[in-house]
Design a protein around this ligand. Structure first.
Ligand code: 5GP
Length: 188
C-alpha cells in the first residue's frame, strides 16, 4: 500500500482553521486522519481529551520531548504544543493522509524532516476581520486575544515557505480550494 501524505495545515489564531478542517475531515475521498496534538494549555469549554488535544502537565510534556515521542514541538503564547510521532507514522503506513494542524515553527521543523509534506497556510481577509472573529469566539480574555493578534502580525511576515496560501474570506470557497490542493497531490 502507498504511504499516506503528510499535510501541514497552519493559519493564525481565529482564522477559521477548525471550521475548515471539520468540513474537509468529513470528505471521505480525501482519506484524512487528524493528528491529535499534545498541549500544556488548559482545555477550552467543550474541548475533549484525546479528540481536540491530549491535555498534559508540563512535566509529562517535557518527558515526551526527552523520550523523542514528538515529531515536532513549539511554544505558543505561554503553552507548549507537540505532535505525537507514533500516530502519524501508523496512519501514514495505513495509507491515511495525516493532517497536522500546527503553528509555523512546528511546520518549519516538519518540512525540514519531511520535505515532501504538503503545506497549506490559511490567511484572514484582513487583520480587522481577524480581530473581530477572535472576539466573537469568546474563548479567550482580552489580553490573550491581543497577544494572539500581535503574534499573528509577526507570523504573517514569515509564511512564504508554505507551498499553498489560501485566504479564508468565504468558507465554502476556501474549503473547495484546499480540497483541490489535496486531491491534486493525491493524484501525483
Ligand atoms: P490553540 O491554543 O488555539 O488550540 O492553538 C494555538 C496554536 O498552536 C495554533 O496555531 C495551532 O495550530 C498550534 N498547534 C496545535 N497543535 C500543535 C502542535 O502539535 N505543534 C505545533 N507546533 N503547534 C500546534
Amino acid at each position: 500500500m502507498e504511504k499516506g501524505l503528510l499535510i501541514v495545515f497552519s493559519g493564525v489564531s481565529g482564522v477559521g482553521k477548525g471550521t475548515i478542517l471539520k468540513e474537509l475531515m468529513a470528505m471521505e475521498d480525501l482519506n484524512l486522519a487528524y493528528s491529535v496534538s499534545m498541549t500544556t494549555r488548559q482545555p477550552r469549554e467543550g474541548e475533549v481529551e484525546g479528540v481536540n488535544y491530549f491535555f498534559v502537565s508540563k512535566k509529562r510534556f517535557l518527558e515526551a520531548v526527552k523520550k523523542g515521542e514528538l515529531l515536532e514541538h513549539a511554544r505558543f503564547v505561554d503553552n507548549d504544543y507537540g505532535t505525537p510521532k507514533a500516530y502519524v507514522e501508523q496512519m501514514r503506513e495505513a495509507g491515511k493522509n495525516v493532517v497536522l494542524e500546527i503553528e509555523i515553527r512546528g511546520a518549519k521543523q516538519i518540512l525540514k524532516k519531511c520535505p515532501d509534506a504538503l503545506s497549506i497556510y490559511i490567511v484572514p481577509p484582513s487583520m480587522e476581520e481577524l480581530e473581530k472573529r477572535l472576539k466573537e469566539r469568546k474563548s479567550e480574555d482580552e489580553q490573550t486575544i491581543m497577544k494572539r493578534i500581535s503574534k499573528a502580525k509577526k507570523e504573517l511576515k514569515e509564511i512564504d515557505f508554505y507551498e499553498h496560501i489560501v485566504c479564508n474570506d468565504d468558507l465554502a470557497t476556501a474549503v473547495e480550494e484546499i480540497r483541490q490542493i489535496i486531491l491534486n497531490e493525491m493524484n501525483k
